[in-house]
Design a protein around this ligand. Structure first.
Ligand code: SAM
Length: 296
């Protein structure tokens, strides 16, 4: 297991005229112990198929390839892709897709069609969009082990009281957990903030009609209400709901009370289960509302 040290990285970047870009989250891992820990925590199997976003020079890829059946790596940077291809030309189980992970279609034949895992040191600037894409679209990975900004990892794993639209969105589809933190000194160039590795195990509960069986709710309805609930952070939930749904404030208050919430409850205090109950209750009261999906 061998990462490059700072001098080696600087040398190769100079040789290929690469200037690591903040805008592409190009911070390369330079600590072997962290790499070993990611591999250990990933608990890989020989028949695993792994999607890696942003392999860079292929530090993580080489270890993934040793332990799995296939690694599909997606890299946006042309120069890094060129180096990667020459480094991995003899690796039969490594496939590189050159391009933007966010622009690849779900049904792209190059993508894994069935059971797969995502393991990646993510470019930080795409975290939210990336998670939305891979948690809501099909086929979903069975799990993700990803490095992201520590603060974002904490927000994703938040409990009621500290919830956000991001936390509800991830926890609706999956169970996230912080595995360990990684300080910024472990990368070159050094990012401004610390990182964390999180494990996200997806819940296989959504059918092709985007109906979530675990929660008995349509995704569209769920997120419509959650977004309205979080629309103004400083306002109480009842005010956001009554404005967003054009429903009488007293009616909302009654619904919230029926569900056991205080009148002044705020969106960040609700768990995913609470949101599901609220969506289903609101649906009863506003059957004709265009927001809600009708069962066929
Ligand atoms: N895996 C390497 C490592 O651990 O040292 C590099 C990780 S670095 C944090 C992020 C990588 O993602 C960079 O190689 C960058 O060029 C690539 N990248 C950035 N945006 C991307 C995108 N939209 N699609 C695919 N790759 C992207």
């Amino acid at each position: 297991m061998q990462v490059m040290d700072i001098d080696q990285l600087k040398k190769i970047c100079k040789q290929y005229n690469i200037k690591p870009l903040d805008s592409r989250g190009q911070n390369f891992l330079i600590n072997n112990e962290i790499l070993a820990r990611i591999i250990k925590e990933a608990k890989l199997y020989k028949d695993d198929i792994v999607l890696e976003v942003g392999p860079g020079f292929g530090i993580l890829t080489q270890e993934l390839a040793k332990h799995t059946k296939q690694v599909i790596a997606v890299e946006i940077d042309k120069k890094l892709s060129t180096i990667f291809k020459s480094n991995f030309q003899d690796h039969k189980n490594v496939k590189l897709i050159e391009g933007d992970i966010l622009k690849l279609k779900d049904n792209d034949p190059k993508f894994p069609a069935t059971d797969y895992k995502i393991i990646s040191n993510l470019p930080y600037n795409i975290t939210s969009i990336f998670l939305r894409k891979f948690l809501s679209n099909n086929p979903k990975p069975s799990e993700m082990i990803i490095m992201l900004q520590k603060e974002v990892a904490e927000r994703i794993c938040a409990q009621p009281g500290q919830m956000s639209l991001l936390a509800v969105s991830v926890q609706f589809y999956a169970q996230p957990k912080i595995l360990f933190e990684v300080s910024k000194e472990n990368f070159w160039p050094q990012p401004k903030v610390d990182s964390a590795i999180i494990k996200i195990i997806t819940k296989p509960a959504v059918d092709i009609h985007q109906h979530n069986h675990q929660y008995n709710v349509f995704e569209k309805d769920f997120f419509q209400i959650v977004k309205i609930g979080f629309s103004s952070k400083r306002k109480q939930l009842q005010n956001n709901l009554s404005a967003g749904l054009q429903l009488d404030n007293q009616k909302i208050k009654l619904i919230l009370r029926q569900l056991g919430f205080k009148d002044n409850v705020r969106a960040q205090e609700l768990s995913v289960d609470d949101w599901v109950k609220l969506v289903n209750e609101l649906k009863k009261h506003k059957r004709k509302l265009k927001h809600f999906t009708q069962r066929k």
